[in-house]
Design a protein around this ligand. Structure first.
Ligand SMILES: NC(=O)c1ccc[n+]([C@@H]2O[C@H](COP(=O)([O-])OP(=O)(O)OC[C@H]3O[C@@H](n4cnc5c(N)ncnc54)[C@H](OP(=O)(O)O)[C@@H]3O)[C@@H](O)[C@H]2O)c1
Length: 322
């Protein structure tokens, strides 16, 4: 059994905490293999009443031995993580790096730990490695299509039982095998899909394509995902996808406009009644992840001297909402 710290236990982080914690202590004891680190009110509620997860078939309650409000709490505990799963929004990643750096834990009890960045957007690993100085072979990336909602302190709802993909590392280190098995067991025993894949970048780009279209359009119009399939938006979506594909190809990705359009439309169809995360953020008047989605495309486009006017328009409009 591996010891896992969830850094940023909000919607997805708490759900992953549940998936990994649930099978480890089947006899109602407090979870000891998985620790949560999140905002104080959420952590306090979990300490007091447990983590409540609402599934379509009913609610489940899980007790955690370790709930931290910050890294100082971790330092004072007897919890020694082998894997840290970072589940914050992309705009919080720099702050996480700062906290890790000043804590001294990267030279202390986290000196041999691996990190998994389970987040949307692109450029997360590059930022994390640059800001922390960690060797890149200690940092994995993952994406998930699980849908989770933070419904209140100590309370999470499962909205979609999607698949989680983790970058596969060809690595000698024994710890990777242990972590991999722990994640696979946790997900499978909880009835969720997880896959370690060698061509992770391709999947990450596909998620970026989908997010680049669905997120800003739904957030700006204020409607569910299905809106991107409307006739009025057909040309905008097509031009947006074309720009993203040109940028991706200039980065060496083998892809084409038609197949990406099909992926985007299929996701929009399958999730037509869902409210995108970016629209939810706008509704809650929170920051959005636009910088690591369309902002990332724009940044690469500049490096390759490519014009991406539709991305720039959506990006500018999103930034103006703030
Ligand atoms: N939710 C989903 O269904 C879903 C699905 C697929 C992918 N994702 C991706 O997963 C990532 C996480 O999304 P999410 O929906 O789980 O976000 P979230 O609910 O906002 O969870 C992140 C949590 O981490 C907290 N946090 C941020 N920085 C922290 C720090 N330094 N120390 C302690 N806590 C910190 C946040 O608090 P504050 O809000 O106070 O900053 C928030 O409670 C995003 O990249 C998102 O796009 C989410």
């Amino acid at each position: 059994m591996a010891r896992v710290l969830i850094y940023g236990a909000g919607a997805i982080g708490s759900m992953i905490g549940y998936l990994l914690g649930q099978p480890t202590e089947p006899d109602d004891r407090k979870i000891e293999a998985v620790a949560l680190l999140g905002r104080a009110p959420h952590m306090q509620k979990i300490i007091k009443s447990g983590l409540r997860i609402e599934f379509p078939e009913g609610a489940q309650l899980l007790q955690f031995k370790y709930c931290f409000r910050n890294l100082d709490d971790l330092k004072e505990s007897d919890f020694y993580p082998e894997l840290v799963i970072v589940c914050v929004k992309t705009y919080s990643l720099q702050r996480v790096c700062f906290e890790l750096n000043v804590s001294g834990l990267l030279q202390g009890r986290l000196r041999n730990a691996c990190f998994l960045l389970l987040m949307n957007g692109m450029g997360n690993k590059e930022t994390f490695v640059k800001e922390t100085g960690l060797a890149s072979d200690r940092v994995l990336e993952g994406i998930t299509t699980i849908g989770a909602k933070f419904s209140g302190d100590g309370f999470i709802e499962l909205k979609a039982k999607g698949k989680t993909l983790i970058e596969d590392k060809i690595c000698e280190k024994k710890i990777y095998e242990k972590i991999r098995q722990f994640l696979e067991n946790g997900f499978r025993e909880s009835g969720f899909e997880i896959e370690f894949i060698p061509d992770f970048k391709k999947h990450q780009w596909n998620k970026l394509f989908v997010n680049s279209v669905i997120n800003p359009i739904t957030a700006l119009i204020g409607q569910e995902n299905g809106i991107v399939l409307s006739d009025q938006l057909s040309l905008t979506v097509q031009n947006l996808v074309r720009e993203c594909v040109i940028v991706a190809r200039s980065e060496g990705l083998e892809t084409d406009e038609e197949s990406v359009l099909a992926v985007v439309r299929n996701v929009a169809k399958a999730t037509c009644r869902n409210t995108s995360s970016m629209l939810q953020d706008v509704q809650k008047k929170k920051m959005t992840e636009i910088d690591s989605i369309n902002g990332y495309i724009i940044q690469l486009a500049r490096e390759h001297d490519i014009e991406v006017p539709v991305n720039e328009a959506l990006y500018g409009l999103m930034k103006s909402l703030a």
